[in-house]
Design a protein around this ligand. Sequence first.
Ligand SMILES: Nc1ncnc2c1ncn2[C@@H]1O[C@H](COP(=O)(O)OP(=O)(O)OP(=O)(O)O)[C@@H](O)[C@H]1O
Length: 776
Amino acid sequence: MGTQAGAGRGTRLLERVLAGVVAGEQPLRHVRELPQRPATSVEWPGWVPESLRASFARGGVVAPWAHQATAAEHVRAGRHVVISTGTASGKSLAYQLPVLAALGEAPKATALYLSPTKALGADQLRALTALCDPSVRPAAFDGDTPLQERDWVRAYSRWVFTNPDMLHRGILPAHAKWAQFFRRLTHVVVDECHGYRGVFGSHVALLLRRLRRVARRYGSDPVFVLASATVSQPAASATLLTGVPCVAVTEDFSPRGARTVALWEPPLLPELAGENGAPVRRTAGAETARILTDLVIEGARTLAFVRSRRGAELTALSARHALSQVDASLPDRVAAYRSGFLPEDRRALERSLADGTLLGVASTNALELGVDIAGLDAVVVAGYPGTRASFWQQAGRAGRAGDSALVIFVARDDPLDTYLVHHPEAVLDTPVEATVIDPTNPYVLAPHLACAAAELPLTEACLADFAAPRRMLDDLVADGALRRRPTGWFWTARQRPHPDVDIRGSGGDQIAVVESDSARMLGTVDFGSSFTTVHPGAVYLHQGQSYVVDDLDLESGLALVHQEDPEWTTQPRTVVDITVLSTDTTTDFTDTTTVSLGDVAVTSHVVGYLRKLPTGEVLDQIPLDLPEQTLTTRAVWYTLTSQALAATGLPKAEVPGALHAAEHAAIGLLPLFATCDRWDIGGVSTALHPDTGEATVFVHDAHPGGAGFADRAHASLTPWLTATRDAIAACECPAGCPSCVQSPKCGNGNDPLNKEGAITVLTAILTAVSAQTQAA
Ligand SMILES: Nc1ncnc2c1ncn2[C@@H]1O[C@H](COP(=O)(O)OP(=O)(O)OP(=O)(O)O)[C@@H](O)[C@H]1O
């Protein structure tokens, strides 16, 4: 077994992986060597008590790294802080230090810890319990806390670990029971705060404003300490999330080993045909399984991040199979890891990877949050994880001091991944993105105002905290939700509004997914997406199990499913129409192009679905009979006059395909600029739109009221459309494929699409924009 150590191991591992590539294939697109960084430690701040230093020392920490001390000093001085440093940079200690010191000094003081997932909260609670003085009595208060324990937690715990869901439904509505806790609340820790983005982030921002208002009512004004993977503009993001001015600590003084980063594009497979006969690439999962196999043979401890739970299982399975051909002892040293694992299993996995019992693990991003695994020999990132912050979070698991490690990013068949492997600077030299939230979205804000009023009557002074327009309060009164009295706005209904506000979804009704045989409820999907995810015949995945939907009953809110694992997946086909409701701004470029931002109504009608094999091959299309749905949201759109289109030489018959292709690729690339998922946005293109009178491409948020993505697209128009054009041009396929202009969620079965035409349209737009900008 190869166990070479020392500098250059990352490079040698890469050479080994390259040696296994089939002759004639050239998947390596770029290699970059990242140097090592030594640690900078400092003295403990003078106010850290001896007992606390001793506790940390028992855990192996003899002195803080410089950024931990800086962050702790800010908190100590009463400043709200966001710590935005790399993976395994000790963000936990940076918040534990000042909070534990404060709880030690004031024996009745309390603190609150919030994490986006219960599992992360449980991990952090375990670490803290091992560290802190017993008088702190740290305890979880979440959906899993038994009812009989809840009174104890409220009465005695001085550091309560919870999540936004419980804060929203369980703690704030019952604040009177928590009076003592709120009265003494000194710190609120918001962990992994980059997870609070899009609509969920907007909900959490308003939840934190409600929390501050309730705390104030009991006379406390807690200091917020936020921890995040590196994000750009961390101070601005944290300030928007909490509603209080936050300072950022960003310089990372933890040690990091050298790394070799390789960007990898799986080859096109000439023998397979996808949608409309387009070529298909070898899947990132298959390529990753092969790379994982080679690395395990080399004895390299490797973690492969795969996008889906099923993908993680398949990658591990396929690597185990390949290894069994080489050495009968190797398959058992590879495992899959996905969400839903118990903490004991997570601990066992951490230990096995750390001591080398396990050599290869294929994991979903469940491992990204809160699992203390670092110092691996290699990390394979199969498919761009959506943000550079996540990419570095995953890549950061590789590399030990004094030893170089390998990171391989394997592109999926998708325009964004294609763009990234052809533009290494976009991953390796660009600052990580800012998180996008919009707490003024009326669809999010209005329900939180109702919740806030039910907690404590709203006064004029509160409106500023929520940035709520008076008009919104008037509407809530007119709808009968609130009642206006001389002292403020009151919630008067007997039933509280909280259960109806779904902070993880887009609000509205939920459809329960139920297994017919056992009547077991598997989960819920929101009404808006039920037509595309649980329509009759849809393949529905739940915790790695595959189900097929028998019936979607909208009246009773039920999707009935049975367990079945067909070889195909399903993809809905939708007819979409868009209407402009109002325009905030329109810019006219050289009288040929306009770019606008505003509110739109998107009407979609799911008319059928495709059955597709994992290779991308389409089996057939089956019709469906479902009602239309309308979404009111934000959009950015551009138009081109017919004269300008004619001047490009693009034949008229090719215009719809060109616009459609440009729309798909632009949606694929927007996550690079707006911290969203391509599923958070949608698009419509048409050669003649009734509202604009021209050829128009719309890109819209997929959430009611918008989530800030279209606004961000509008603000980044030129870099966004330039990257879109470059991604299409870089793809070597002849006429469009999933790596450039085909979309995995196209409602029209990716027809028509014109790849060259898309480049022509985007060039025309960009030329007009730059001509006008230069002239100005
Ligand atoms: N000052 C220090 N000296 C030595 N080791 C430390 C120090 N601070 C933290 N560590 C160790 O570094 C590891 C990573 O710490 P921690 O999990 O807090 O990092 P993190 O930044 O929260 O990571 P993630 O990005 O995964 O959330 C832990 O094993 C911790 O014990």
